[in-house]
Design a protein. Structure first.
Length: 471
């Protein structure tokens, strides 16, 4: 599957057509709907970050492994090269991944009957014709602020894509229930979605999980209704960055996992019983994190060290960010990988652990959903956000390695299978069909622009206390 990332577009789509009966079925259903008039043809444009260079498919063929990247000077032209100015800006280049991916998916989505294209944001805004003819724009949440009030886009509707690692539905330039917002696409969502109406700190549900007594707790007003939550689709593959590490937003780090998509499970994964480390954790403090997140990581680290001493376990802890080689040499030899929260609920280490065959232990994972879904039961193990039950969780896994191996094999196979191009296009195509055929996509707009949608309520702390079960 990994070499598919570097294939030319024609070969890439021929593989789709040959191998995917579900994709063909979706195409037939869609075309019937177009022909019967059940779906009006809507012009859809995905707006890609202007900093993203065009995909150089030929160059990608030469730069698909670490040796070539090191030795081939031409490979340094690719966007994964470290560029501090771009990586460190507010919407760092890694966040562009989830819009850049539409460039690869457009040919297959077009074959399904969608009138869809992907354009750089600056080029789109420079073309009056493009703006006039676009019915639906697929945009990052940070781009919505820039275009929502553009006078030439007063007719357009928006499909907003989550680009941060936060599962909470964020502040948007428009109220979430606004008629112009047709859908909100996430890679990781809170479960159930009504969790988004729970107590928040700094606009994050996660922070209220970690610090429930904080006096800065707020409540979202207005709350998002059940009807409005139908706009949320968990259909953006976080794992795309590992499938296509040379695309915009990619980094050299991501190339380490190409073999996970190319080799068989037996070739790639070391059995749990042969692994050196019982538990591995990366719990580096980050000065940019709120204190509660760093305390959360410290609690995880202390609990792992306690397990090491009490049960004489082989443990590897990182209190700083490991080098690429350190990390992958370690995680490939880990039985259990404990993954605390970082910027948000989702973390790249979650996927890296599964793709390297370790048992992922994730705080509050039963309250998350992702695409592909690595957090539901059977693919990872949940623990409390304060790690109070980590000893029980870890020792249960280590005491039943045969069952743990079955979990690891299932999780790995599911992630590789469900992140295939066929499955991504099928899942995304179904979602887009539902979105563009909804009445909201064609009903006349009431008013030309949307109202800003912010959290406004600072409720007294005594009104928002929840017991442990609810929090």
């Amino acid at each position: 599957m990994g070499k598919l990332a570097t294939a030319l577009p024609v070969a890439w789509f021929l593989l789709l057509a040959a191998d995917s009966t579900t994709l063909q079925s979706t195409r037939v259903d869609l075309l019937k709907d177009w022909e019967s008039g059940n779906i009006g043809r809507r012009t859809i444009v995905a707006l890609v970050d202007s900093e993203c260079p065009e995909i150089d498919y030929e160059l990608e063929q030469w730069c698909s492994d670490l040796q070539e990247i090191t030795n081939n000077r031409n490979c340094l032209k690719l966007p994964f090269a470290e560029q501090p100015r771009l990586q460190d800006r507010k919407h760092a280049m890694r966040r562009t991944t989830y819009l850049a991916m539409f460039r690869r998916l457009v040919p297959a989505l077009s074959q399904l009957g969608f009138d869809i294209s992907a354009k750089p944001l600056d080029r789109f805004l420079a073309s009056h014709r493009a703006m006039e003819t676009a019915d639906i724009l697929i945009v990052a949440e940070y781009t919505l602020t820039e275009i929502a009030f553009h006078k030439e886009l007063g007719h357009a509707r928006f499909i907003v894509v989550q680009t941060s690692e936060i599962g909470t539905i964020p502040r948007l330039a428009c109220e979430f229930g606004d008629q112009r917002i047709l859908a909100f696409l996430q890679h990781t969502a809170l479960y159930p979605l009504l969790e988004n109406n729970g107590p928040l700190i700094d606009d994050q549900r996660l922070m209220a999980w970690l610090d429930p007594m904080n006096v800065s707790i707020q409540m979202r007003q207005p709350e998002i209704t059940k009807e409005e939550l139908k706009k949320v689709y968990t259909v953006i593959p976080y794992v795309y960055r590992y499938l296509h590490p040379l695309d915009c937003g990619g980094r050299k780090w991501f190339l380490q996992l190409q073999p996970a998509f190319e080799k068989s499970r037996a070739e790639w994964l070391l059995p749990l019983e042969d692994r050196r480390y019982d538990v591995v954790i990366v719990a580096a403090a980050n000065p940019l994190y709120p204190p509660a997140k760093n305390e959360h990581r410290l609690m995880a680290l202390q609990m792992v060290e306690y397990l090491e001493q009490r049960h004489q376990l082989q443990v590897r802890t990182f209190i700083r960010q490991p080098t690429t080689r350190e990390f992958f040499d370690t995680v490939q030899n880990a039985k259990v990988f404990v993954s605390p929260f970082g910027h948000g609920e989702a973390a790249g280490h979650d996927y890296e652990a599964i793709l390297n065959g370790a048992v992922l232990v994730k705080p509050n994972s039963m309250r998350l959903r992702s695409f592909p879904d690595i957090y539901s039961g059977g693919y990872s193990v949940s623990c409390q956000s304060d790690f109070s039950d980590l000893e029980q969780v870890v020792m249960t896994v280590l005491g039943h390695l045969e069952r743990a191996q079955a979990l690891v094999d299932t999780a790995y196979s599911k992630l590789v299978r469900d992140s295939s191009v066929e499955n991504v296009v099928h899942t995304l195509g179904d979602a887009l069909k539902e979105i563009v055929s909804s009445p909201a996509a064609t009903e006349p707009l009431v008013g030309a622009s949307c109202k800003p949608g912010f959290f406004t309520a600072d409720d007294p702390i005594e009104q928002v206390f929840f017991n442990d079960r609810e929090m």
